[in-house]
Design a protein around this ligand. Sequence first.
Ligand code: IMP
Length: 419
Amino acid sequence: MNIVVVGTQWGDEGKGRVIDLLARKVDAVVRYQGGSNAGHTVVVDGEKFVFHLIPSGILHPGKKAIIANGVVIDPEQLLKEIKDLKERGIPVEKNLYISANAHVVMPYHKDVEKWEESLRGKGKIGTTGRGIGPAYVDKVARRGIRMGDLLERKTLEEKLNLNLKIYGNLLGFSYSKEEILEKFLEFGKKLKKYITDTSLLIYRLMEEGKDILFEGAQGTLLDIDHGTYPYVTSSNASAAGVCTGCGVSPRSITKVIGVAKAYTTRVGEGPFPTELKDEIGTLLQERGNEYGATTGRPRRCGWFDGVALRYATRINGLDELILTKLDILDKLDKVKICVAYRYKGKVIQDFPNRFVMWRECEPVYEEMDGWKEDTSKVTSYKDLPDAARKYIKKIEEIGKVPIRLLSVGPQREEMFTAP
Ligand code: IMP
């Protein structure tokens, strides 16, 4: 089986836990897009691990952890993660593989991003500040530095010459070429043993009939093409990103699993039709501990958006959904699900595809009774309160996708199957 796990909202759906759980059943876990803007925490036997780049599958003995070509890599961050894992006894050298064609996040990417955000003023994207957007800009502009280039002084120097001219002469940033060159060649030396042709590696694994999990970072609504542009990240976070991001055929994907939180959150700026700026929003934020894993920023919170889920089902071709953090809603008298939008007085069923529309859309809600019971310790679907089961059924109906797994509470064991 070759399974893709994608976020169906604006990221932070709890994919980390889901991936950690599914990783036990596969032979390799692959990251296909994004960079150290992503962040997830996995707790194993009370020990906390924070990952930004390395797939958390690395924690499972014998599983390959692959960072494919679609990812943009900050080598300093990657080396930090490797060091941390090694110090804690994880055999990274045996299981980590990095694509020679993954692009490198350079110091000027972070500087230019900061500058551009300041130019945007009130219209800023609210990025994670990790240089992700500018790194992808260089990739598309065909001047990007790839991981494999860190192994060849001449190529790296040539590319740096061009880039520093562009960032220096055109944008006015000034850097010491020698300093960057030596620093990044040193990164290359340290990472050489991991750098390989990951497309071929994945192909060979598939040929051997191994099971592979493709781990999406961020979420469908942050996809560069299909998200709420321009308030998105700079890669294809949806399932389609797997093919270009790994060099695998669309025919090889056997299953696409979406992950959604039982309510909605968004970190950074941009449209969010079901956002709650009241005490319920605050309650969700506090009970759900909704603070960004990478930047620590408080996440904006709101009701579940069924229109957005239906969109994610369509864009990704979801086979099934995993619903997380249901217990965060336990204390509410009433819960609401957005079932359509109202735009210029008209009710629309489909997720709009233009910025002005997202901004002006008003959610049409269906209100349901809350369950007012502690579900954080529930371990089977039949033990959920009736009202919670109705809520889950409604999400399935609106989102046009069956829910297969549910999670409550912070431990990875606390996940159970829906009927
Ligand atoms: P960037 O990816 O740093 O360029 O940020 C672009 C947008 O994506 C911002 O709104 C970020 O907050 C958001 N974003 C990026 N990565 C994540 C993530 O892992 N979770 C949630 N939001 C993210």
